[in-house]
Design a protein around this ligand. Structure first.
Ligand code: DUC
Ligand code: ZN
Ligand code: ZN
Length: 471
């Protein structure tokens, strides 16, 4: 087995930092040693990586991606291959993607489809959540089976997208009751889709068809209302663990914080787009340009406090995790499906490559601490979703490591750092005061010297256990 020693770095965890050397044996972290201690102990390594002046942190874990997702008459443009290679470039060593079940389709068959898409094609490790778009007797039974046998312990439901993925309150309650029995997590897309569809139809009828109306027809109140309703349903279902995905609105955050103060198992997630991008500066760009930033939940106005509140929520742990909701579509031919009608623009922003970078900039600007960066982007995602061997630099854990250079810089853009299969970048021109230096996935170096040196097929499916945050 190959032994690798990472020397002289600053090892940063969710709770602190210390200088040290990391010994990797095969695919596993074997020991954390005082700097230089290995030689004294007679420990030799096949390879030594000098991390002087750099941070050594757990590889990023993005628990919300959509590779190859069929959506809005097209398919997300990153395959499991291109998406996981881009993720590796961004310091991510595990993704959890979503297998999709819709009304009248079999959970088992759809899950098998997602395994087929991913198997042998991933550069880093991956797991699955299961979307249940059609709650019925069969899919409820399948949920229990997946928890017991398939390492799938979290299920996403939609309060939005009527006729596509939407569940009504009765269906949501039934799925929550099922999850409550098995110990699974319910992930919720919390927007009042019934009311939103009325606003969308009215907007189009008025001739308000530009991309910015995507946000104006999905008001923050509709995110807050759905979040409140989801929380009440989860409480009635026996305090089932409830994870509100891609939160963008202060109104929703207030609901999550109140639930947490009341002792409920409610957790929040946000994404870089909601921390950095806005209705005015991005979605409302002239002409059709704003289509690049059509995603749901939508980008919000910068004239309210959403972004400040989300950063505060991250500091306060009201928001536990930053994921990307990576759901890339090219501008040409894909986003263009909605020319003249914003409701036909496929919803999604690509960002799997840039989450570690963008959130690190929040460390530089003082929004979050270095430790909180590690916690929200790696350690908590692992604990929240039962990735029991990941998310920490500690003996016995998978050797998934990001070596981060705080003295280097990253320029994001289609002609700069950009490896996702998209013809534009949602973060064009962003500059980061730090840089991915080296990325190690289960003991194998996959990125170094500005080169991807990993192998497609190296990434393995990871069965997940139950959340470690249950009361
Ligand atoms: N939101 C998106 O922006 N894209 C895919 C699905 C979703 O909920
Ligand atoms: Zn969603
Ligand atoms: Zn999503």
């Amino acid at each position: 087995m190959t032994r690798t020693l990472i020397t002289n770095g600053m090892i940063v965890s969710a709770t602190g930092r210390a200088s040290g050397d990391v010994l990797i044996d095969g695919e596993t972290i074997a020991a954390i040693l005082a700097p230089g201690q290995a030689a004294g102990l007679g420990i030799s390594a096949d390879r030594t990586i000098d991390a002087t002046g750099k941070y050594v942190v757990p590889g990023g874990i993005d628990v919300h991606t959509h590779m190859e997702l069929p959506f809005g008459g097209t398919e997300a443009s990153d395959t499991f291959e291109t998406g996981t290679v881009a993720a590796a470039w961004g310091g991510v060593t595990t993704i959890v993607d979503f297998a999709v079940q819709n009304t009248n389709t079999s959970v088992h068959e759809r899950l098998a489809e997602w395994h087929e898409k991913a198997a042998g094609n991933c550069a880093i490790d991956y797991g699955f959540h299961q979307i249940i778009g059609g709650v019925d007797e069969e899919s409820l039974k399948a949920m229990t089976y997946l928890v017991d046998n398939e390492g799938i312990t979290s299920f996403k439901l939609f309060m939005a997208y009527p006729g596509v993925l939407y569940s009504d309150d009765g269906q949501i309650l039934r799925a929550m009751q099922n999850a409550s029995e098995s110990g699974a997590m319910i992930m919720m897309h919390a927007e009042n889709g019934i009311a939103i569809d009325v606003l969308v139809a009215q907007s189009i009828a008025r001739g308000d068809t530009d991309p910015r109306f995507h946000s104006l027809t999905r008001p923050a109140e509709m995110e807050g209302e759905a979040t409140h309703r989801a929380i009440q349903l989860a409480k009635v279902a026996g305090n089932v663990p409830l994870y509100i995905v891609h939160m963008s609105a202060s109104e929703a955050l207030e609901e999550v914080a109140a639930a947490q103060h009341a002792g409920l198992n409610v957790f929040g997630e946000t994404c870089p787009q909601y921390l950095y991008l806005s209705l005015e500066d991005h979605l409302a760009q002239p002409g059709f340009e704003g289509a690049k930033w059509v995603c749901s939940t939508p980008l919000r106005t910068k004239h309210q406090h959403h972004q400040n509140d989300l950063w505060k929520g991250l500091r306060m742990n009201e928001l536990a995790i930053v994921s990307t909701d990576h759901c890339p579509f090219c501008f040409k031919d894909q986003k263009e499906l909605g020319l003249g009608d914003f409701s036909k623009i496929p919803n999604g922003i690509g960002g799997v490559e840039h989450r570690m970078e963008l959130l690190y900039q929040g460390v530089v600007t003082g929004e979050i601490s270095l430790e909180r960066w590690v916690e929200t982007c790696a350690t908590t995602p692992a604990r929240m979703f039962g990735l029991d061997r990941k998310g920490e630099i500690a003996p016995g854990f998978d050797a998934d490591v990001l070596i981060w250079d705080p003295n280097n810089r990253t320029k994001i853009g289609i002609n700069d750092k950009h490896h996702m299969n998209m013809d534009h970048s949602a973060y064009e021109g962003f500059e980061i005061d730090g840089k991915v230096d080296t990325v190690i996935s289960r003991g194998t170096v996959v990125v170094e010297n500005d080169t991807f040196v990993g192998k497609v097929g190296h990434g393995k499916y990871v069965k997940r256990g139950l959340s470690r945050y249950l009361h």
